[in-house]
Design a binder for this molecule. Sequence first.
Ligand code: NDP
Length: 227
Amino acid sequence: MTRVALVTGGTRGIGEAISIGLKEAGYKVAANYAGNDAAAATFKEKTGIAVYKFDVGNFDACKEAAEKIEADLGPVDVLVNNAGITRDATFHRMTPEQWNDVLRTNLDSVFNLTRPVYEGMRNRGFGRIINISSINGQKGQYGQTNYSAAKAGMIGFTKALAQEGAAKGVTVNCIAPGYIGTEMVRAGPAEVLNTKIIPQIPVGRLGEPVEVARCVTFLASDDAGFI
Ligand code: NDP
């Protein structure tokens, strides 16, 4: 039986690598994205993976999309909550928009998409929810009170739902990557990256998206049922 995986923000960056990794591992994959149609079209052409455009911050849109994906591909067995954004500002300059955009995209999204697929997972006795948090949700980061709060919130969600899902075969896990070389990270000034961020990374380089994807593929597998 081919399992179905839904990856939010699955057309670019870390999500793209996750979508490809899961496809290579034998899953039917649905990759969500927000608005970058050109990147999604290139991704679809390159990988053959189905793409679905909707806003993970909108509950009704997520519910409708989950129903469509399940009608197209079958019940979702693996959900990877990966979509995320940054809107950095020191707190004394942060606007309500910057706060709300980051909280709804990074944290509300986890509720919005897990909720429509979770009951099916419970009823079928198998499910994998994998949330992509961040090292900055664990240690905090200057200029990222919004992002650090959202990413820390994902960790709390994960720990709580993991307790509810375990007896029904639904595992819930969180990966908190360090800095990975995607557009999100490279969008900042190169000088900050080279003088402030990379020197703090023990291996002396940015991570690669595929290095996160391999971890996701493992957590999605039957082998990870006790985690
Ligand atoms: P990218 O900016 O490269 O890609 C983000 C993806 O999320 C895109 O596919 C984008 O769609 C999608 N997306 C953004 N907003 C929405 C939305 N409202 N609805 C649906 N999809 C949306 O990000 P990364 O690959 O760097 O990051 C992926 C995840 O990993 C994020 O949650 C991030 O916080 C986390 N992370 C990243 C780290 C890093 O160093 N890069 C480190 C630790 C965690 P579109 O293409 O349409 O814009």
